[in-house]
Design a protein around this ligand. Structure first.
Ligand code: NAI
Length: 328
């Protein structure tokens, strides 16, 4: 069995944290051969609740769990981190403008980026879940100049999984038969869930659906607004499904994507598909040897181009706003 891996989780006392930590402890994040040391970060007011979760983790008697520590100081929490899951964020509350939201989250992700820069392990991999995830990841990344930019990712895997599930229901095929779905752009209502390159049991998914109106007017908005649907029905925001997507994201990053498939990850653009360099935007990606690679050479039709451009424009506006606030 290998040395243990340090996994830092922020927002550990929150609802995603509660669903996520037990799956990490059971070995689902990195694989069944890897021992994990959990480093939980919370704000001081919630540190005691995180201590309670740590007690429950202990009670799970997980063979792969090498220890749990709770911190309220980012510098300590990220010290030696090999994997960092940035879940804690400031939610939008009533009367809050987007600028206020970005500023409040800057107050979280700037110091966390600095702490990662100061003390994380050489091989650090970062996933930002807390919203607005893409721009929070950008703030952290730009405040960690010594860490390779591509180690900073934001989560669109939940959107990806939602798109796969909707397609599976529509076509009455198991999710395992669906490949090459893509989420483009921002993890927001402007995202573009793309099935034009997807395959269902080896056949093109859009052709298998054969209903452009369903695609444009039902599928795309349903996936993009699924978070609001969950809040409406459950009375609380997605938590276990978000935790599950975070597990999938990191597992694939470490262990590779399956042959003949790809997934969706928001990562710093290298200019591919006309997305301005540096914006943390979602792309179709494969993982090989612990690195994400953007899938190249896909044909982008006019329908897709307009939707990708709209979501990327939103990301560019968010970047301008955080630049003006002096956060990056
Ligand atoms: P929650 O409100 O239950 O928990 C958030 C936790 O973060 C709280 O315990 C809070 O004390 C903590 N926190 C706040 N500031 C912190 C800081 N500076 N350092 C450490 N911890 C801090 O929220 P929940 O449901 O767990 O969601 C967390 C985030 O994930 C939210 O921003 C939510 O919008 C986002 N989310 C993202 C999804 C995605 O697909 N990217 C999907 C679902 C949720």
């Amino acid at each position: 069995m290998s040395e243990s891996v340090n996994v830092t989780v922020t927002g550990a006392a929150g609802q995603i944290g509660y669903a996520l930590l037990f799956r990490i402890a059971s070995g689902q994040l990195l694989g069944a051969d890897t021992r994990v040391k959990l480093r939980l970060l919370e704000i001081p007011q919630a540190a005691r609740a995180a201590e309670g979760t740590a007690l429950e983790l202990q009670d799970g008697a997980f063979p792969l769990l090498a220890g749990v520590d709770v911190f309220d100081d980012p510098k300590q929490a990220f010290s030696g981190a090999n994997v960092a899951l940035l879940v804690g964020a400031r939610p939008r509350t009533k009367g809050m403008e987007r600028g206020d939201l970005l500023e409040a989250n800057g107050g979280i992700f700037k110091p966390q980026g600095e702490a990662i820069n100061a003390g994380a392990a050489e091989d650090i991999k970062i996933l930002v879940v807390g919203n607005p995830a893409n721009t929070n990841a950008l703030i952290a990344q730009r405040n960690a100049p010594d860490v390779p930019a591509e180690r900073f990712t934001a989560m669109t895997r939940l959107d990806h999984n939602r798109a796969v599930a909707q397609l599976s229901q529509r076509l009455s095929v198991p999710v395992s038969e669906i490949r090459k779905v893509t989420i483009w752009g921002n993890h927001s209502a402007t995202q573009f869930p793309d099935i034009l390159h997807a395959e269902v049991a080896g056949r093109n998914a859009a052709e298998a659906v054969g209903d452009q109106q369903w695609y444009a007017d039902e599928f795309i908005p349903r996936v993009a607004k699924r978070g609001a649907e969950i809040i409406d029905v459950r009375g609380a925001s997605s938590a276990a499904s978000a935790a599950s997507a975070a597990i999938d994201h990191v597992f694939d990053w470490v262990n590779g994507t399956r042959e003949g498939d790809w997934t969706s990850v928001a990562l710093p653009s290298d200019g591919s598909y006309g997305v301005p360099e540096g914006l943390i935007s979602s792309f179709p990606v494969v993982s090989r040897g612990g690195k994400w690679e953007i899938v190249q050479g896909l044909d982008i039709d006019a329908f897709s181009r307009a939707r990708i451009d709209a979501s990327v424009a939103e990301l560019a506006e968010e970047r301008t706003a955080v630049e003006r606030l002096g956060l990056i």
